[in-house]
Design a binder for this molecule. Structure first.
Ligand code: COA
Length: 166
């Protein structure tokens, strides 16, 4: 585990499933995983999930897939009552450290075009916008595809947007 004395970044365990589903449920437009789907994720050899764990349990989580030299960020969410305290940034930094250790060269994710908070979070870590998938979500909102390249030592490679988000 790593982090401050109050909240630590830890691997997600089976015992965290109901708390993590509750966090996800506080996020409109989230992945809306149910407990069964989350348990399935925990079983997958290529899935890597972490939580930000406070004294009373998880307050944020991240779910990723490590495939070849890519890390896909499937979801990151912080409980609505615990936002803007750096938990999502700390979780992404943990995932990026893991990616660097494993020789990952591309970190990829999709985010709703209107999700300014999440886009700002990703940009702060060096992600750039590489594409837009029009009407990607069920409600018709576009997805922005974001990318972070890592060099052979695991350090982020500075990049520029390949699409204009407007
Ligand atoms: C997006 C989300 C994960 C951010 O979680 P968080 O723990 O509050 O984020 P952090 O405190 O680590 O924020 C880090 C930085 O991201 C940016 N950021 C995060 N939330 C923001 C917001 N609502 N508005 C603007 N910038 C925001 C800021 O730059 C922030 O740094 P600062 O607080 O020093 O200004 C959270 O709002 C959330 O769970 N939203 C619903 C789920 C979601 O949209 N997930 C993304 C799926 S792709």
């Amino acid at each position: 585990m790593s982090g401050s004395s109050e909240v630590v970044i830890d691997r997600m365990h089976e015992a965290d499933v109901s708390a993590v589903v509750a966090i996800d449920a506080t996020s409109p437009g989230s992945s809306a995983w149910d407990e069964g789907q989350l348990r399935d994720e925990l079983e997958r050899a290529w899935a890597h999930l972490w939580v930000a764990r406070g004294a009373s349990g998880p307050v944020a989580f991240i779910a990723t897939w490590h495939v070849a030299d890519e890390l896909h960020v499937l979801n990151v969410a912080t409980h609505a009552g615990h936002r803007r305290r750096g938990h999502a940034r700390a979780l992404l930094q943990r995932a990026l450290s893991f990616a660097a250790e494993r020789g990952v060269r591309l970190v990829l994710l999709e985010v709703r075009r209107g999700n300014d908070g999440a886009i700002g979070l990703y940009r702060g870590l060096g992600f750039v916008a590489m594409g837009v998938r029009e009407r990607y979500y069920n409600d018709g909102e576009d997805a922005v595809e974001m990318l972070l390249r890592l060099d052979e030592t695991g350090r982020p490679v500075p990049g520029v947007d390949e699409v204009t988000l407007g």
